[in-house]
Design a binder for this molecule. Structure first.
Ligand code: 8YV
Length: 309
């Protein structure tokens, strides 16, 4: 008899196919009556594929042993509740580091050189009437990385190749890293030209890029957020971008995705991206494979590949 699993949201097609080949998959997000579905399958569900898992959902699934999350960030899962209930949680680390680092550099260059506007300038036939305005460069500038984890380190390597000076802030200094460490984010913000946000979301990091931090970054400062919208005070961000308190922002993430503050649409000093840091075939396939492999490990009684809890 095939095991039954619960899927909590849409996953990559290839991942859904792999799950369906192995298990009987119940799709919570497609159920007309979610409570009825849960009540019916609860006694047989040992694994969830996907995120958005609250303590309340865990309590409805007494046999639940694993939440296999699609994504390195697992802020949509109540890990504290999982731990308390002996439920394991896995994520998809490392396989997305390069894709994330590549697009970070891409968005930073796009913002500094106004690439979206330059493209529009040519398409609109404006070039014959005059040159596009001069822009700024990354090289020679100081970038502060907020969250020098696995992805942050890959970003640091690439930004050094852009001839930027790298410094960082995080919970603790990392003795093996050659970069200057700031124990205080506000102090770092005062000293840098660019702030790249790549720290985990969730409790403890909400709005740590506060109005004060953004003001310290200042009228010549740029923000690039690749992590979660929740880390930044979005109201303050929009306000400062509109009033010259901040030079520009490259944003891959927003507080209430997929809705984006409309005020940003009319601003020329922002580059907007639809949460696509890891969104390449290469990377998403590897992430999907890990989601499946962790569930397979559970049912085979083998150690989980990438546990976080
Ligand atoms: C994706 C991400 O948004 O890994 C993460 O934490 O934010 C992304 O890779 C997501 O998990 C896929 O929908």
């Amino acid at each position: 008899m095939a095991e039954e699993i619960l899927q909590t949201h849409k996953l990559l097609d290839r991942c859904e196919k792999a799950l369906a080949e192995r298990y009987i998959v119940h799709k919570l997000h497609e159920a007309a009556d979610k409570d009825a579905l849960i009540a019916e399958i609860a006694p047989r569900i040992r694994a969830i594929a996907g995120g958005n898992v609250s303590a309340e959902l865990m309590d409805k699934l007494p046999k639940l042993e694993l939440v296999s999350n699609f994504g390195v960030g697992y802020d949509s899962i109540d890990t504290k509740a999982a731990k308390a209930r002996n439920i394991r949680v896995t994520n998809t680390p490392n396989v997305l580091n390069d894709a994330m680092a590549e697009i970070t550099v891409g968005l930073m260059v796009s913002l500094a050189r106004c690439l979206p506007q330059a493209d529009r300038f040519v398409r609109d036939g404006k070039w014959p009437k005059g040159n596009f305005p001069l822009q700024s460069e990354l090289n020679g500038k100081t970038v502060g990385i907020l969250g020098l984890g696995r992805i942050g380190k890959e970003i640091a390597v690439r930004l050094q190749a852009m001839k930027m000076r790298v410094v960082y802030h995080g919970r603790k200094r990392q003795a093996d890293e050659p970069f200057v460490y700031y124990s205080n984010l506000l102090d770092m913000a005062r000293d840098i030209d660019w702030l790249v946000v790549i720290a985990p979301g969730g409790k403890g990091t909400e709005k740590i890029v506060s109005r004060e931090v953004l003001e310290a970054l200042g009228p010549e400062g740029y923000l690039c957020n690749m992590a979660r919208g929740t880390l930044v005070d979005e109201v303050a961000l929009v306000d400062l971008l509109q009033n010259g308190g901040l030079k520009g922002a490259a944003l891959d993430v927003f507080e209430k995705e997929p809705s984006v503050p409309e005020a940003l649409f009319s601003l020329d000093n922002v580059v907007l991206s639809p949460h696509q840091g890891s969104a390449t075939h290469q990377t998403r396939n590897k992430m999907g494979d890990l989601v499946v492999a962790n569930i397979e490990a559970l049912f085979a009684g083998e150690p989980l590949l990438t546990p976080v809890v």
